[in-house]
Design a protein around this ligand. Structure first.
Ligand code: SF4
Ligand code: SF4
Ligand code: SF4
Length: 265
């Protein structure tokens, strides 16, 4: 597990970042680490061992009895937290809770292409998340959530993963290599999976417009894009892909960034 002090020194977005931003970054990283402890293993199962084409949502019918999803789905009330968090804070799960997002963000620190500029690609590519969501919905509803022929095996995660790949069908292999390919792409283009392809990110992105609280820009914004250059999602407050992480809170030279209630535009 990473030392919070090291995380902090790498993550301070600006030499003059306010103490409140620094505190927020520490809390965000601690929150992410706690969620990695709680949900991290389930995330790995979802990618490598879940027999369903769309992971995480058919756990009660799943033969992989060692997966944490079997335990968590006994308490569906837990999942009320996700819609409640969207209603309150939009896509904050991506910035504060998702273990996959944390891994993407850490990989993104090594990526040479940060994509923190405005151009046609960074403007339109995030809509790939909606495409990912549409594919997930098609697999679930139109193809009735196909299942790979995964051998029932207890323990020995890596041997089980190898067996899963050995016995999986073509559709399962395509979806798994697609996800792994995007994760690997994250070593070149920062946060590629979260910014461009994640179906859950697409769902949260679509729903976040109904959220009550968010980071947003006031009329003092002069489009200098300092916030965009500090943002690991390469965006600005209350724009596409903003996860309400708060990293940009103190970076604005005109003090135009606020957090609170704001009507959707
Ligand atoms: S975009 Fe997907 S993987 Fe990334 S943080 Fe959000 S839910 Fe997690
Ligand atoms: S840093 Fe402030 S002024 Fe510059 S683009 Fe962001 S919100 Fe606008
Ligand atoms: S715009 Fe600011 S609050 Fe939104 S994701 Fe980027 S750094 Fe975080």
């Amino acid at each position: 597990m990473s030392n919070p002090a090291i995380i902090l020194s790498k993550d301070i977005p600006h030499a003059n970042a306010g103490a409140s931003t620094v505190r927020l970054i520490i809390w965000r990283r601690l929150s992410q680490l706690a969620m990695v402890g709680l949900l991290g293993q389930w995330s790995f199962y979802g990618i490598f061992r879940c027999p369903f084409l769309v992971p995480y949502i058919s756990c009660q019918n799943c033969p992989v009895i060692t997966c944490h999803g079997r335990l968590f789905t006994m308490f569906w009330g837990l999942w009320l937290l996700l819609p409640v968090s969207v209603l309150l804070f939009g896509r904050a799960f991506c910035g504060w809770g998702c273990p996959g997002g944390f891994v993407n963000q850490m990989l993104g620190k090594a990526a040479p292409l940060k994509l923190r500029t405005k151009n046609p690609f960074t403007r339109f590519a995030p809509f790939g998340q909606y495409l990912g969501l549409a594919v997930a919905l098609y697999l679930y509803f139109a193809l009735s959530q196909p299942r790979a022929d995964v051998p029932i095996r207890v323990g020995e995660f890596f041997k089980s993963v190898a067996l899963t790949f050995e016995h999986a069908g073509l559709l399962w292999l395509i979806r798994s290599f697609f996800v792994l390919g995007f994760l690997a792409l994250g070593l070149i283009a920062a946060n590629a999976w979260c910014r461009l392809a994640c179906p859950t990110g697409g769902l949260l992105e679509a729903l976040k417009h109904a959220s009550l609280f968010r980071f947003y820009k006031t009329s003092k914004c002069n489009d200098c894009n300092q916030c965009l250059k500090a943002c690991e999602m390469g965006t600005r407050p209350d724009e596409t892909n903003c996860t309400n992480c708060g990293d940009c809170m103190s970076i604005c030279p005109t003090n135009a960034i606020r957090f609170g209630w704001k009507k959707s535009q």
